[in-house]
Design a protein around this ligand. Structure first.
Ligand code: AKG
Ligand code: FE2
Length: 326
């Protein structure tokens, strides 16, 4: 994939003394308490307590992003974890509960920032329904199209395009980076396609199968969808390189539009190698993302991101009636 910088990410730098103070305050609030004993709702209540400890400028900027996304559909917060944060060995599975202490404090910090965008949630079918999941390499999964991959490229996708109620935002907090693994993203507003191709992609000529990271029955039907939607000024996208195709396999026009979209995404790509303390937040309706290959060692030092997904609609959240919908 090409890497260009045709639309900058808003980067918010947290000063090192602010990160140290915040980390100490979380340590004081939580101590050695095991947050795993909390229900998902109680965990988010605790995150709201931490939210009030965040630097005021950071809170203003994240709320500004939610309201107007003034500089784009992705924001990158840097320096959220202080150098002094001593994190344990990288988790070995997406659903592995972090031990009490710093790793749990990091998961709470992720929820404390992202709760400004809505309600952190997860589907019951994904990674045991955990609200904060580990994005870590897993043995034998190196070439899958899931967060557990490593040697293989994780290609362009939106989170859970197969669900109508997919998340509005996702947040990825880096606990441990890998210099080879670049997070990539492309904003749909940056893609350059002819109006004919766009018109095709706006028609419900496609369908998408469930993401393989979910544990679901084999007979879940494919979801019909238009890849592009929304107004011309503020387009939205649902995309998945591997799990989306034209409904009619003879529909060559739909297939060609899809192929050209893939090329346009590569051209619009922005790339960032996540480092410890980076928190990347993207709008899942307006941004497609990917990750480049890296080599896993499986020795506790591998790349480790924590992810949470956010429902920005209070109405959708109330309809679910739970933080872990089926
Ligand atoms: O590891 C990453 O950078 C992203 C992982 C991801 O996109 C996913 O699991 O859906
Ligand atoms: Fe993803």
């Amino acid at each position: 994939m090409e890497s260009t910088t045709n639309s900058p990410t808003t980067t918010i730098e947290i000063q090192s003394h602010e990160a140290e103070e915040l980390w100490a305050a979380i340590g004081k609030l939580v101590g050695s308490r095991d947050l795993e004993t909390l229900t998902p709702d109680e965990f988010v209540d605790q995150a709201l307590e931490v939210n009030s400890l965040l630097p005021a400028a950071l809170r203003r900027q994240v709320i500004g992003y939610r309201r107007y996304a003034p500089e784009g559909d992705v924001i990158l917060l840097r320096g959220l974890l202080p150098d002094s944060a001593e994190l344990p060995a990288t988790a070995t599975a997406p659903y592995a509960p972090p031990p009490p202490g710093p790793a749990q404090h990091a998961s709470l910090l992720l929820a404390a920032v992202t709760v400004m965008l809505g309600e952190p949630f997860n589907y019951a079918s994904l990674y045991k329904g955990r609200i904060v999941q580990n994005m870590v390499p897993v043995r034998k999964m190196e070439f899958t199209q899931t967060s557990q991959s490593s040697t293989g490229m994780l290609d362009w996708h939106c989170e859970d395009s197969f669900r109508e109620d997919r998340c509005d935002y996702a947040g990825l907090l880096c606990l441990r980076g890998d210099p080879s693994a670049a997070s990539k993203y492309a904003q749909v507003k940056d893609i350059d396609l002819s109006s004919d191709r766009i018109a095709v992609l706006r028609q419900p000529r496609y369908h998408v199968r469930p993401d393989p990271a979910h544990v679901l029955p084999d007979d879940v039907p494919m979801r019909p969808l238009a890849i592009l939607s929304g107004s011309e000024a503020s387009p939205e996208i649902a995309y998945d390189t591997h799990h989306l195709e034209p409904v009619d396999e003879a529909d060559v026009e739909a297939a060609e539009a899809l192929r050209e979209l893939g090329v346009a995404l590569d051209k619009a790509a922005i790339s960032h190698v996540m480092e410890k303390g980076d928190l990347l937040i993207f709008d899942n309706k307006r941004v497609v993302h990917a990750r480049t290959p890296f080599t896993a060692r499986f020795d506790g030092t591998d790349r480790w991101l924590m992810r949470t997904m956010i429902c920005g609609s209070a109405l959708t959240f109330r309809r679910w009636g739970t933080r872990v919908p089926e």
